[in-house]
Design a protein around this ligand. Structure first.
Ligand code: SAH
Ligand code: SF4
Ligand code: F3S
Length: 470
């Protein structure tokens, strides 16, 4: 498995606001999203802002008047992919120019933030570079580009709240949606670029999140995933003016009628507070799923990573979470080949994977990132050793994943159906544990929660038959 594929940080399909009932479209926008779910959320919001300006989405860059690459800087491969895509967009831009059509190219996201003007220097066909905190300025910046300013770079961290400035959300395309509640990170793990690309931790106020969630529910969303680079470090303004915890926010959201399911990602072990663990016991709408990266199974490596917890603390935490919610599905992120990692230390990582039995895990070869402390540490691990470790790790992860799915066979699970399946007459939905579930059912069940008796487990999904509707 390639490290970017089938991960939550994978590339995702183009998205933009639909233009239902509006006059014939004048302009088309192509948005390609790399990286984490925060980027998926941001792409959706940019699509909405552009829809308000008369743009409609296209999946074909050759049709696009505006092409946006919403980029990720987390690993070298993700960042380099942007430049090969930009090369292709440049060719499209000149081919379209030959037909008398204008094409604007914008780079947004974490590569935009990290590399700024360097992007325009490396690929002069780029018209606009915008960092993640400035998306609300997209329409204004596009106007400036159209009036002849080229190579505009906007990567400040402005004081304005970009969430307030982006227009309200349009009808949901799906029964599940992301909601960014927190951005940025002050943890400075030594391998990671996020504190540099997304800035310091910032949490949105509870009231505006409850508002946004209600609007999503009015538009048919039933399953909301709260997003943040450090989502459980959430500390947004609560009703009393003081900071509210993520658990408090979850309680407030759980009171919204019509919202059935709440999830959150990504959490840091240091911020897994007692009230959040208790919420997994007390709040029915909080789904039994927790993504809790542990990164490495050796205390020496964890200290070098600046993770600020030990393996034992992590395992004790997992035990407390399981005490509160015994059936919880656990998921994690792991890095192999961090500088100085020995074979024995890697074995310790394998031992944690076998011990915890994660339902799911994402594993990555360490990728040195410019400007991060680990990139200049001694003992950089050769590529071949990283590759071997990753392979062995992924075998162990696959076993845990298969065992988790197999344990669902014979159970009846409430599934929220999201869309038609590949086969005619089939729908696909999610179980509480985030598993994909296929079942034969008519389209009228899309958006419904239905009991499904699980009959079979495949590598990445379950299948079953419909039982009684809840
Ligand atoms: N905030 C989250 C992680 C966000 S980045 C947390 O603290 O856990 C998502 C994942 O990418 C990380 O968990 C880590 O496993 C991986 N990652 C980050 N930087 C990396 C790097 N330089 N090389 C390889 N993997 C990396
Ligand atoms: Fe990166 Fe660490 Fe912050 Fe996660 S907690 S975003 S890995 S610096
Ligand atoms: Fe990538 Fe930025 Fe997300 S670096 S993982 S898109 S926060």
């Amino acid at each position: 498995m390639e490290d970017l594929d089938s991960s939550p940080y994978a590339e995702t399909a183009p998205q933009a606001g639909a233009a239902d009932g509006e006059p014939a479209p004048a302009k088309r926008v192509f948005i390609k999203t790399f990286g984490c779910q925060m980027n998926v959320y941001d792409s959706e919001r940019m699509g909405e802002a552009l829809a308000a300006e008369g743009y409609v989405a296209t999946e074909n860059p050759a049709d696009a008047d505006l092409a946006i690459l919403n980029t990720c800087h987390i690993r070298e491969k993700a960042a380099e992919k942007v430049y090969s895509d930009l090369g292709r967009l440049r060719d499209i831009k000149s081919a379209r120019a030959g037909e008398g059509k204008e094409t604007r190219i914008a780079v947004t996201g974490c590569v935009a933030q990290a590399e700024g003007a360097e992007i325009v220097a490396r690929q002069p066909a780029v018209d606009l570079v915008i960092g993640p905190q400035s998306y609300h300025r997209l329409p204004e910046l596009l106007t400036r580009v159209r009036s002849g300013e080229g190579g505009l770079v906007e990567t400040e961290f402005p004081d304005e709240d970009k969430f307030k400035a982006l227009p309200s959300r349009r009808p949901a395309a799906s029964v599940s949606a992301f909601l960014t509640v927190q951005e940025g990170c002050d943890k400075f793990c030594t391998f990671c670029v996020v504190p540099y690309t997304r800035g310091m931790e910032f949490s949105r106020p509870v009231a505006s999140l409850v508002d946004e969630a209600k609007r999503l529910v009015e538009r048919g969303v039933r399953d909301v995933t709260l997003l943040g680079q450090n989502v459980n470090g959430y500390h947004g303004e609560g009703a009393d003016g003081g900071p509210a915890t993520l658990a408090r926010l979850i309680h407030e959201l759980a009171a919204i009628d019509g919202l059935w399911r709440i999830r959150y990602t990504t959490s840091h072990p240091r911020d897994m507070s007692d009230d959040l663990i208790a919420a997994h016991r007390d709040v029915d709408k909080l789904m039994p799923y927790l993504h809790l990266p542990f990164q490495a199974g050796s205390d020496r490596i964890l200290a070098a990573m600046n993770r600020k917890h030990t393996v034992r603390e992590y395992l004790e935490l997992i035990q407390r979470v399981r005490d509160a919610r015994p059936d919880i599905a656990l998921s994690t992120d792991i890095i192999v080949g961090f500088p100085g990692e020995t074979d024995e230390e890697f074995e310790e990582t394998l031992a944690v994977v076998r011990d915890v039995k994660f339902a799911h895990a994402f594993s990555f070869k360490y990728s040195p990132r410019p400007g991060t402390p680990a990139s200049t540490m001694d003992g950089q691990v050769p590529e071949e050793a990283k590759r071997e470790r990753l392979e062995r790790l992924q075998d162990a992860i696959d076993q845990g994943h298969a065992a988790f799915n197999l344990a669902s066979v014979g159970r009846t699970l409430p599934v929220v159906f999201e869309k038609p399946g590949r086969r005619e007459g089939q729908l696909v939905g999610r179980s509480p544990y985030l598993q994909l579930v296929h079942a034969d059912a008519g389209p009228e069940l899309i958006g419904q929660m239905v009991n499904v008796e699980i009959r079979a487990a495949r590598a990445n999904s379950l299948s079953g038959v419909i039982g009684t509707s809840e």
